[in-house]
Ligand binder design. Structure first.
Ligand code: ATP
Ligand code: MG
Length: 670
């Protein structure tokens, strides 16, 4: 039997509440996620709801993985079989796979990532500048989020510029469908349309969602919200938890007001508030509360901690980002000497990815294991993208984007002129590029040499496709590398031997990853097609989280840290222009930045240190920086400024000296 003893009365009430939809609205660290995991176990263990009828949705793959593990442990293993815990996008993908035919897609459809999408848009506007492509992509994304199709976008266009964008949207959609591909927004938008238009599918998925649980609800956008409503239907199996003060994805269409809409759309909605914070010491909590009180509020919330005041929050002024990194590392070593705990208990957070470089370098210099989440995604490296494009082409011969990416990589002397004529021919015939290569009519359009090279390539792809059907994914990947002489190609095209080695190492990592995916129980299929399908959704580094990687200092953006907690936290770059970000210094933008700072502060359990630089390089010059206004907004009694030379700082210098020595010793020990 599932026990509710580990919950406070409000949490237990939230777990037991059935019969009407439920919203748990509460501040950071109050046990919202804990309510979700316990409720899953309660539904399975005490209510007898089969695990396969429970869908739990959260914001990142990492959070989903953690939630699945916790829920499974609470359910005692076997009962949790068939439970779905994933992101909205992964759920959308499942729905879309199931109804691919109805959505006008063929099996094995591809998912384009942001880079692919930009590439496609650039082709459509024939090499327009980067600003055009970015703003077009954003416009298309916003239309999809709002459920607006190209026809309606055109009808509602208010000026010629908007009409032009709408026409491009139409061409973009046609192109995607012709390639049998979808983009990220489609993973939500298409399932929404499917469920609207196909009663049988709607019934199937409503049956599946005996109970739907949503974590980090404040960050759902309009399309996700619609999907959620469709899944719940007239049933009442809905539990959502969220915190309007942690809404940090306005730029992706998330609106804290969504919390209000719930009350409007689900009249029987029960609201439970949680007020005890179990995560942070009193001073950390007071700082967080003091800061967020400056925002306007949709809901009033209170939050208290029984963990005692704890140590003061420290503010470290630094001269430069390098100096800042050094100070943080010294600090970190000092705490580690005192607590002798895991490296994984230490996290350094920042506003923007570029801030990670000096930090990572300083940690590595001191031999401290660290792990940078996010940043340059593994999948954005060209060699990884090229190889994945090959695999995509093998699973989906109609994937024109993949075809274009690899047709001349490695070099096959198939130039842009040839490709253009091929594309024109394929366009007229209405067939995919790969198929067009083999058609008789193409012969008249191309010089004999060019035609021969194309047919040779197409024949080779056909042969590789046969293998891909017959052999396991790892073997197919090895075959590809050998056939393409891929390592040699990397050596020939790299700017230095060191770069070549890095790229070859990444290919090795990709091979290892494919191997793990193919043998992983948790992925629903183990064939190449299933792997490719998941690829667009999963960050490799996320997947690569073995024990060793976990016992490392965590470096990540404030956005990526949402939902997580660490005993010791540093937030670097507490400066105007950085946090608040220079593009967001007024009005609602500023409030969003303040929420982001609130998210950062509330990740800390015992120690929190905030640092800023007095100068920093920008666009080739060194510029002076001003401490973030958020530092001034913290209650003065909770924080301690550590100017170099102050008595507190001198005492730390002595302690830090000891920490360095001890670290040196441990490095020297075998
Ligand atoms: P966030 O807003 O940051 O997502 P949250 O509200 O989801 O936070 P949790 O992560 O669920 O909070 O819980 C914060 C911490 O408090 C966790 O370590 C959790 O195990 C602990 N906790 C929550 N509720 C209780 C409880 N009733 N008793 C003891 N510990 C608890
Ligand atoms: Mg949470």
């Amino acid at each position: 039997m599932v026990s509710l003893a580990e919950l406070n009365p409000q949490q237990a009430e939230a777990v037991r509440h059935l019969g009407t939809p439920l919203l748990v609205l509460a501040g950071a660290g109050s046990g919202k996620t804990r309510v979700i995991t316990h409720k899953i176990a309660w539904l399975v263990g005490a209510c007898g709801l089969p695990a396969r009828r429970i869908l739990a949705v959260t914001f990142t793959n990492k959070a989903a993985r953690e939630m699945r593990q916790r829920a499974a442990a609470l359910c005692h293993g076997a009962q949790a079989r068939g439970l779905t815990v994933c992101t909205f996008h992964a759920l959308g993908l499942q729905i879309l796979r199931h109804g691919a035919r109805e959505a006008g897609l063929r099996p094995g459809f591809s998912i384009l990532d942001t880079q692919d999408v930009l590439h496609l848009i650039r082709e459509l506007i024939q090499g327009g500048d980067a600003v055009d492509t970015d703003s077009l992509r954003a416009a298309i994304s916003a239309w999809k989020d709002a459920g607006v199709d190209p026809d309606r976008a055109l009808r509602e266009a208010e000026d010629e510029q908007a009409a032009h964008a709408a026409r491009l949207y139409a061409r973009y959609e046609r192109q995607l469908r012709a390639c049998n591909a979808v983009d990220f927004d489609d993973l939500i938008a298409l399932p929404v349309r499917l469920l609207h238009e196909q009663p049988a599918l709607l019934e199937h998925w409503q049956q599946r969602s005996g109970h739907l649980l949503v974590d980090e609800y404040q960050d759902t956008n309009a399309a996700q919200y619609t999907l959620m409503r469709l899944l719940v239907g007239v049933g009442h199996g809905l539990t959502v938890v969220g915190d309007d003060d942690q809404s940090v994805y306005a730029w992706r269409g998330a609106r804290p007001e969504n919390l209000r809409h719930l009350q409007r759309d689900f009249p029987g909605l029960k609201v439970i508030k949680l007020e005890q914070n179990y995560r942070s010491t009193g001073r950390i909590l007071a700082a967080a509360n003091g800061l967020i009180a400056r925002n306007t509020h949709l809901f009033e919330k209170r939050l208290w901690s029984a963990l005692g005041p704890g140590d003061p929050i420290r503010v470290l002024p630094c001269k430069s980002p390098e100096h800042e990194a050094e100070r943080i590392v010294s600090d970190l070593l000092r705490l580690r000497l005192r607590y002798a705990d895991d490296w994984g208990n230490y996290a350094v957070l920042y506003r923007s990815n570029h801030q990670s470089r000096p930090l990572e370098q300083a940690l590595r210099e001191h031999g401290i294991p660290c792990r940078v989440s996010g940043g340059t995604s593994f999948f954005s490296h060209s060699e990884v993208k090229d190889l994945l494009a090959y695999l995509r082409l093998l699973t989906n011969p109609e994937d024109d984007a993949a075809f274009l990416r690899v047709v001349n990589v490695p070099r096959r002397h198939i130039g842009p002129g040839t490709v253009e004529r091929l594309a024109a021919y394929a366009g007229e015939r209405g067939v995919p590029l790969l198929q067009a290569c083999g058609e008789f009519g193409l012969r008249e359009r191309l010089p004999a040499d060019a035609h021969r090279r194309l047919t040779r390539f197409a024949e080779w792809v056909e042969e590789a496709r046969h293998r891909a059907h017959a052999e396991p994914p790892q073997a197919v990947f090895r075959y590809l590398l050998a056939e393409l002489d891929y390592e040699d190609w990397l050596r020939d095209t790299s700017t230095s031997p060191a770069q070549a080695e890095r790229r070859i190492a990444r290919v090795g990592e990709l091979a290892a990853w494919i191997g793990r995916m193919a043998g992983d129980e948790q992925t629903e299929g183990k064939d190449l097609e299933a792997i490719i399908g998941h690829l667009a959704l999963v960050d490799l580094l996320d997947r690569n989280e073995d024990e060793r990687a976990r016992d490392a200092v965590q470096l990540m953006t404030l956005h990526a840290a949402k939902g997580l907690e660490f005993p010791h936290v540093w937030i670097a770059g507490m400066e105007e222009e950085i946090l608040p970000h220079h593009a967001n210094r007024e009005g609602t933008g500023l409030e969003e930045e303040r929420r982001l700072a609130y998210v950062g502060i509330t990740r800390a359990q015992r120690h929190l240190t905030l640092s800023y630089c007095t100068s920093r390089p920008r666009a080739g010059e060194t510029v002076d920086c001003t401490p973030s206004r958020f530092l001034r907004e913290l209650p003065a009694e909770s924080i301690e400024w550590h100017e170099p030379g102050s008595p507190a700082a001198q005492a730390r210098v002595r302690e830090t000296g000891r920490a360095h020595l001890s670290n040196l010793r441990s490095l020297l020990q075998p």
